[in-house]
Design a protein around this ligand. Structure first.
Ligand SMILES: Cc1cc2nc3c(=O)[nH]c(=O)nc-3n(C[C@H](O)[C@H](O)[C@H](O)COP(=O)(O)O)c2cc1C
Length: 342
């Protein structure tokens, strides 16, 4: 049962400060109810984004998203993300969400998956600012009770040419918050993040802006806050690897030493992730091990000898051998920085 009585008011007061707003990034097949629950045990973010819910003519809000919203056990506000391009269907989905116990409806303008962008949704819309303009107008009108937010990349392929015109479009609509992942769609996930262009959004937008991209450590978090002047930070892959990250950032910002978990504590996190994310309906060990491999792609980057660790993890087929590899690399008492080691 969702235990937060007024998510909108809570979100508003978090946005008003004084601390930087720390948000969990929406991540497909990751940021569901079990992951929220687990993250909350480590302190967790201030705000939890859902995975995106696809919207088309006959769609309804996806079941895993509804479950996360209705049962939100974190005590913190949730924001539900939509992806699509049909203004009528998007308005219908937004009105449905507007009645639910969430803080905001968020529009996805960044998904770089070809199956999505080729249909001119997510990041694909960034090639068509006029369609974004219509969609923002429609959604702004549909969302009346909760806040309306947008999460975007810097453009489709050429930030230098596209970012200013996009900001112009965003400025035309009274959106309540803009999250900027400082890359284009073509950049995918690996290039440098353009924090300077996030700073430009902070300067240009009348609403608060949240910075997103490659925030792995409390030190990087402070650096990004300084370089962008953003109202807060959104973190994705960094908190799959390091669920302590939000608390570490809070400690660092308050001038305290962040606690770095030991290998054994990371091992306990991996065990908890395995147990928490077992599907209620049907448990099959082989499938659960495959699911764990997806999380391990991120967690493994922060482990000593990451290439060797990931090579071994990709070859396991059952629970026992999965945890044998994890123990070999993590069953120690040394503190782990949990940042990508390349
Ligand atoms: C596995 C995965 C799934 C993602 N799914 C979504 C999504 O549903 N909606 C969205 O707006 N962004 C999605 N993203 C992008 C993240 O929200 C975020 O913008 C990106 O990972 C950069 O932040 P990070 O460097 O902190 O990971 C996804 C990213 C990953 C790695």
């Amino acid at each position: 049962m969702n235990c937060l009585s007024d998510p909108v008011a809570t979100f508003d007061s978090l946005l008003a400060g004084p601390s930087p707003l720390l948000a969990l990034a929406p991540m497909q097949d990751v940021t569901d109810l079990p992951f929220w629950r687990l993250l909350a045990r480590y302190g967790g973010p201030d705000v939890y984004w859902t995975e995106y819910s696809r919207v088309h003519g006959t769609s309804s809000i996806e079941r895993s998203v509804l479950e996360a919203i209705e049962k939100n056990p974190t005590g913190r506000p949730a924001i539900a993300q939509l992806i699509g391009n049909d203004p009528v269907a998007m308005a219908r989905a937004a009105r449905e969400l507007d009645r639910m116990p969430i803080a905001a409806v968020d529009l996805n303008l960044g998904c770089p998956a070809p199956v999505v962008y080729r249909k001119c949704a997510g990041g694909g819309l960034l090639r068509e600012p006029r369609r974004i303009d219509v969609l923002l107008g429609t959604l702004r009108e549909a969302v009346t009770r909760v806040r309306f937010t947008v999460k975007t990349r810097l453009g489709f392929g050429d930030a230098a040419a596209e970012w200013e015109p996009l900001l112009e479009v965003f400025r035309r609509h009274p959106i309540d918050l803009l999250t900027v992942h400082g890359r284009t769609v073509v950049d995918m996930y690996r290039t440098e993040v353009r924090y300077d262009l996030i700073a430009r959004a902070v300067e240009a937008m009348p609403c608060p802006v949240i910075a997103n991209g490659n925030i792995w450590s409390p030190e990087r978090a402070s650096e990004v806050m300084g370089r962008t002047g953003a109202r807060g930070l959104m973190i994705g892959r960094g908190c799959i690897r390091n669920p302590w990250l939000f608390e570490q950032i809070r400690a660092h910002q308050a001038g305290r030493m962040p606690v770095h978990p030991s290998g054994r504590e990371v091992l306990a996190y991996v065990q908890a992730l395995y147990e928490e994310t077992i599907p209620v309906a049907e448990f099959r060990e082989r499938l659960q091990v495959e699911k764990m491999k997806k999380y391990m792609n991120f967690i493994g980057e922060g482990v000593g000898r990451p290439a060797e660790f990931l090579h071994a993890i990709r070859r396991v087929e059952d629970r026992a051998s999965f945890f044998a590899v994890c123990r070999e690399h993590l069953d120690h008492g040394d503190p782990m920085p949990l940042v990508p080691r390349g």
